[in-house]
Write a protein that binds this ligand. Sequence first.
Ligand code: FUB
Length: 342
Amino acid sequence: AAAPANASDEARSPDGKRYLAQPLVKDLYFADPSAHVFNGKIYIYPSHDVDMGIPDDDLGSQYAMHDYQVLSMDRPGGPVTVNPVALDLKQVPWASEKAWAPDAAFKNGTYYLYFPAKDKQGVFRIGVATSKSPVGPFKAEPQPIQGSYSMDPAVFTDDDGQSYLYLGGIWGGQLQRWATGKYDPNAGDTDLKKDDQPALSGKVARLAPDMKSLAEPLRDAVILDEKGKPVLGGDHDRRFFEAAWMFKRGGKYYYMYSTGDTHFLAYAIGSSPYGPFKYTGRILEPVQGWTSHGSVFEFQGKWYLAYHDTQLTNKNHLRSAKITELTFRPDGTIETLKPFRD
Ligand code: FUB
């Protein structure tokens, strides 16, 4: 059909809405953007989405990614460099498939890439790889991080230099299979199926000084409701699903996460990197596409959210990373973003 005379050539969603932000990259697909500022420059560690022709299912079989590329830019809105492949699962001795959402950290002159993948037995683990450059190439350790499991690693380094690893995701992320501390393949494909009990928590542990091992066993990053009680499994609008991200602002620890099947990026605030975290609100309303996953970073005194949607493809597994500014209120709460302008 001919476009109406006053139609703008601005991209619109399938139901005619204008997007809040535009894709950072338009000829490749990048999702789950973990943003960091290293040496005054912005580096984004995303998943590299590919189409393997796998139909959508609740386990995320369609997310069949196999390598990582780092995006870099001098400033939000500036030209984006898509750097060469930083790590391919073929170079990871223990891994078999599913290079899902990664993160990165810098310490002692070394850049660390943290990535989830399924091992040869089909169990998600977290791997670590190192480089002298923020964009790689990274060399993977021969074994996954001992004691790690599930997916969506995020590393936060506190003001005292201590780093913490956050991880976990239910459904295809397998967290429900670790509820007893041991892997139980019969524990199901979704959650605990106990809606009136505390929800499964994402996990957190201090990293050892080598940044390649846990200094302690993983513990629960508990999210509390307004009464100080753990958010329940049936509270799908607020309970943890996947995509943990930690940042600190004004002495407060902000735990951001995705609520998965209700598609919010939510946040909870604590006074320690371990939590507990009090549910505070939403950072981002549902984007186009099933998954929502992001990171928050500060650049030259302003705060930004990196996130993704399916603007370019309308396919759940072919996503585009975006950046938009974030506004904090004087009390430290965050103005909820809508991913569309109208
Ligand atoms: O990209 C694959 C998976 O989709 C991620 O690990 C989840 O957080 C979701 O975004």
